[in-house]
Unconditional design. Structure first.
Length: 195
């Protein structure tokens, strides 16, 4: 491995800063899921809201591994707050895949930025994935903590077929978010000399 391909202090700072922002955005939007109708809508909101900081982050990435580390950290955070190993696996795999796509594009071509980000967004299926995979015990826990009325409403808004709808929605919202993020970067951050 050459010196230039190794992550340096500046790279690690960028990883830390942008990963923390993304965790914050995902967490805050996730709080809206206290209202069951918001759960399916959040599959669109998450990628759009994370797009601006992520597109700014993409302007700093020139080495393989940065998105993988981001994925592992985000997954580890959500693992610690109760989303089990599912979150860790989803975010780690998506981060690695997003890293590969970005490397294929040579780190400079926007279409690869957009595809990479859209693939990274697929990891956002992790929070609701437990609704479909964890079984009755998980729903019992939801009923205990949130009440049977909430659990019933959530079943209605997040039926099992939403898994097959959710993944393409996340991907397409990620693509749309990438274009939105690029537009915002050009309008505000480039002009201010940040990007």
């Amino acid at each position: 491995m050459t010196e230039t391909s190794r992550l340096n202090g500046k790279d690690l700072i960028n990883i830390g800063v942008y990963t923390a922002i993304v965790i914050g955005v995902i967490f805050v939007i996730g709080m809206l899921n206290a209202f069951p109708p918001m759960y399916p809508i959040s599959l669109v909101i998450w990628p759009l809201a994370c797009a601006i900081p992520m597109m700014l982050y993409y302007t700093k990435i020139r080495k393989f591994g940065m998105l993988t580390i981001t994925g592992v950290i985000v997954g580890a955070f959500f693992f610690m707050v109760g989303y089990t190993w599912v979150a860790l696996v989803c975010y780690s795999v998506a981060g690695f895949a997003a890293d590969l796509i970005l490397k294929l594009g040579g780190y400079h071509r926007f279409i690869f930025h957009a595809l990479s980000y859209a693939v990274f967004c697929l990891a956002l299926i992790a929070p609701p994935l437990l609704l479909w995979l964890a079984g009755p015990a998980y729903w019992d826990g939801i009923e205990e903590s949130m009440g049977s009325e909430y659990a019933e409403a959530l079943r209605g808004f997040m039926p099992p077929w939403m898994l097959y709808v959710g993944l393409p929605v996340l991907f397409l919202s990620g693509l749309a978010g990438a274009f939105l993020g690029r537009k915002m970067l050009r309008k505000h951050f480039v002009r201010a000399g940040i990007a």
